[in-house]
Design a protein around this ligand. Structure first.
Ligand code: AMP
Ligand code: MG
Length: 492
């Protein structure tokens, strides 16, 4: 057999206490749901082979490629503010790492592949619904240009998983820059294993942030660059109306990718207080709290790195505080820069951030759809464009008219011509996001009727979020009243 997966494993070379060696548990009757052809090609894999009987056996964990070294990684984490010293991959098994022709290294992991030493009470399995949600939303994020883990494939297992009811089981093949989390550092730090923290930091620098190795103080540089990556990521979430829902430190990737799509959601009408996750009872991870909670998580990372920052505790604490404090300005800068682009402003003027803020306030007060407001603003951006299309999204259209007049006066100060501006805005303001009611409909059809056609269609539409796609215009529509999804569930 030719080597289908030329794995080149580095994490499995780390000391044994970093993971548990464990093989996937075979499943009864695997069947392919979907393979991600463009992603397979990027990884140097043959999508046709992945879809073959042999390929599906690998994607289901029934057959382990010779070059794989299957492991479940160890990590800890703060879950809703409470520290849990041992979490780890309870149902995800890393097959190995692939390096493509461009030299890009990616983890290939099976999520839902069976029990591991970290499973605690869990069954090590995943239900079809959450697997499809992760596939759809993760791929939508990637198409939106937002750093994220990816979905290479989804298979059904032919076995039921018991949640509140019996549900079809499934496995997601997840692709990530790595699966190292803030919680991975916490795992070693909480055991006072400074050597483990140092080895992990060195590994992360070598794998993700090689520039930090050349910095005067590499560990401080590492902390700074992780903080910048997260600030940038959260700014991008905020500006597409994404709510992660479970931003625990074990769900925050050191590589700066969106990871662990559980009860996540995109908002329809703009509402800063939006919370969808059924388990987020107190709104800890509400939309508007995401930047502050990211910073809180990064403070936990900084604590782990203290012994590496300086031998002198108070000097280390001062450095950590400075680094974590910088999150606020990093985030603000990323957010304001991207918000200006969404408004068609290529230059920066005094009053721009107030202009953006006032639009958002008017949207919130008038229940305006987040995605459609910016999209229609883009369409209106060509000279004397159609402002009524934007205004009609507001309960009181005059709330927009007033703001729109200010916006137009501001646009007069821009050097760009109207057509260029319109094109630039259409390229950053998507028409299509994975709206909750659409994701829900895909899951219902798949779970209740084994009908995957809606999945394939939604994935296709969302793979070109900035294109008009007239035949699929309905996917841009907000839910009608009876279609609105008010709560999302982890379903783990
Ligand atoms: P999550 O809420 O998905 O981020 O997972 C939190 C922790 O619970 C991680 O350690 C997971 O590996 C573990 N976990 C979640 N679902 C399961 C399951 N079905 N079986 C075993 N462990 C699980
Ligand atoms: Mg998780």
């Amino acid at each position: 057999m030719t080597v289908r997966f030329p794995f080149d494993n580095t994490y499995a070379r780390l000391p044994e206490r970093f993971f548990a060696r464990v093989a996937p548990t075979p499943v009864r009757a695997p069947r392919l749901v979907r393979v991600n052809e463009p992603l397979a090609a990027q990884l140097g894999l043959d999508p046709d082979w992945l879809a073959s009987e042999e390929g599906v056996e690998v994607l289901a964990g029934n057959r382990v490629p010779e070059t794989a070294e299957t492991i479940a990684t160890a990590y800890a984490g703060h879950q809703f503010g409470t520290f849990v010293p041992q979490l780890g991959d309870g149902r995800a098994i890393l097959l190995g790492e692939l390096v493509n022709r461009a030299g890009v290294r990616r983890d290939i992991q099976l999520k839902g592949a069976g029990r591991t030493p970290f499973s605690r009470g869990g069954d090590g399995r995943a239900a079809l619904g959450p697997v499809l949600r992760e596939y759809v939303v993760g791929e939508a994020m990637a198409a939106l240009g937002i750093p994220t883990t990816r979905a290479l494939a989804a298979v059904v297992t032919g076995e039921a998983v018991l949640r509140e009811t019996a549900l079809p089981g499934a496995i997601l093949t997840r692709v990530a820059s790595s699966h190292i989390r803030v919680g991975t550092f916490q795992y070693f730090a909480s055991r006072r294993d400074v050597e483990g923290v140092r080895l992990l930091a060195d590994y992360v620098i070598a794998r993700h942030y090689p520039d930090a190795a050349r910095a005067e103080r590499p560990y401080r540089a590492l902390l700074d660059v992780v903080i910048r990556a997260q600030a940038d990521l959260i700014a991008q979430w905020m500006l597409v109306g994404f709510i992660h829902g479970v931003m625990n430190t074990d769900n925050m990737s050191i590589a700066g990718e969106t990871i662990d799509y559980g009860p996540c959601a995109f908002m329809d009408a703009y509402d800063p207080g939006a919370v969808f996750s059924e388990i987020d009872r107190y709104g800890r991870y509400a939309y508007f709290r995401q930047p502050a909670l990211a910073q809180w998580n990064l403070a936990r990372l900084a604590e782990c790195l203290l012994p590496l920052l300086s031998n002198d505790t108070s000097a280390a604490v001062a450095e950590a505080e400075e680094a974590v404090g910088a999150f606020t300005s990093c985030f603000e800068q990323a957010y304001q820069g991207k918000l200006r682009r969404k408004l068609g402003l290529l230059t920066e003027c005094e009053g721009d951030s107030e202009l953006g803020r006032d639009l958002l306030e008017a949207m919130a007060a008038n229940g305006a759809d987040f995605t459609l407001t910016f999209r229609r603003l883009s369409e209106a951006a060509s000279g004397d464009g159609d402002d009524a299309g934007v205004g009609s999204l507001f309960a009181d259209p005059s709330a927009y008219d007033e703001w729109g007049a200010r916006w137009r006066r501001r646009l007069e100060q821009e050097p760009t011509d109207a057509a260029t501006r319109r094109a630039a805005m259409l390229a950053v303001n998507p028409a299509y996001i994975p709206r909750n009611h659409r994701v829900e409909a895909v899951i219902r059809a798949a779970v209740d009727e084994a009908d995957f056609a809606p999945l394939h269609e939604l994935v296709k539409v969302l793979s070109h979020p900035f294109e008009a796609q007239p035949a699929f215009a309905r996917y841009a529509d907000p839910p009608r009243e009876h279609e609105r999804v008010l709560q999302t569930f982890c379903g783990t």
